[in-house]
Design a protein around this ligand. Structure first.
Ligand code: NDP
Length: 256
């Protein structure tokens, strides 16, 4: 009974930005728990290649969809195609995101717009066509990917901080409106992970030392360590959990 709580067999999961990076690890984690997938990205070849690899590795069905998450109309068209031909996802993970670094006084408007559109507005664009159908069905799980900056700021990443802070509150707002339809919406906020997005930081000895000193676990995280929280939030195990923001950060946000 208890293991069944976390079983995703027969569920359909759509993860944005899942042909590489964290989204790919999360999609693979869901597939390992039994979920069929809709893999998403913008590079058709890479998405197709990864879909075939995941289907082979886990024996689940993997469909694909291609769209820019900042293009509301394009996303809606692509998602209509998914809803009509593949089905209504049981699980939606809004993972696609970008970073842009500059001190506040030097932020260019185009970079502000891009970070807000990709990290925050996209969650609205991608979620709404799906949560409407989840509400009709009477079940669904949405997991939005935040960051430690949903709680704490850091220099040179103001647009990202504003967007991710917005994601945590967007999740709470969605949770408030969608709970009556048995749709749970939560945020997972990763700390610092050894990833492509962070290559420059990992290679910067000063930053690397700061992360290790600032994180009680004294190390960078591994993407695989986010999968447990996702399976919890994507499964029946979290049927009465909504609007929460779970930090997977080696203790970083628990200490001063
Ligand atoms: P990567 O840069 O490795 O990957 C970003 C992903 O987002 C890619 O799959 C990319 O797709 C997709 N993406 C970006 N812009 C768009 C767009 N306009 N339309 C469609 N897809 C887009 O980043 P990570 O994997 O490291 O980060 C994933 C998420 O995790 C982000 O939300 C990030 O903020 C968050 N996060 C990451 C942390 C880390 O340590 N790495 C820490 C905290 C949070 P494509 O292949 O088409 O480019």
């Amino acid at each position: 009974m208890s293991a069944k709580l976390f079983d995703l067999s027969g569920r359909l999961a759509l993860v944005t930005g899942s042909s590489r990076g964290l989204g790919n690890t999360l999609a693979r984690g869901l597939a390992a728990a039994g979920a069929d997938l809709v893999l998403h990205g913008r590079d058709a070849d890479r998405v197709r290649r990864e879909a075939a690899a995941i289907a082979g590795d886990y024996g689940v069905k993997v469909s694909t969809t291609l769209f820019d998450v900042t293009d509301r109309d394009g996303a809606a068209r692509a998602l209509d195609g998914v809803l009509d031909t593949v089905g209504v996802p049981d699980i939606l993970v809004n993972n696609a995101g970008i970073q842009s670094r500059a001190p506040f006084n030097e932020i260019e408007a185009k970079n502000w717009d891009a970070v807000l559109a990709t990290n925050l507005s996209s969650v609205f664009y991608v979620s709404q066509p799906i949560t409407r159908r989840m509400a009709e069905r009477g079940s669904g799980k949405v997991v939005n990917i935040g960051s430690v900056v949903t709680l704490l700021a850091r220099q040179t990443v103001v647009p990202y901080t504003a967007a991710k802070g917005g994601v945590a509150m967007l999740s709470k707002g969605m949770a408030a409106d969608l709970a009556r339809f048995n749709v749970q919406v939560n945020t997972i906020s990763p700390g610092y992970f050894a990833s492509e997005m962070n290559t420059a930081l990992i290679n910067d000895p000063e930053f690397d030392a700061w992360v290790k000193a600032r994180t009680p676990a004294q190390r960078w995280g591994d993407f695989e360590e986010l999968v447990g929280a996702l399976i919890f939030l994507a499964s029946d195990a979290s049927s009465f959990v909504s609007g929460q923001n779970i930090f997977v950060d080696g203790g970083m946000t628990s200490v001063v």
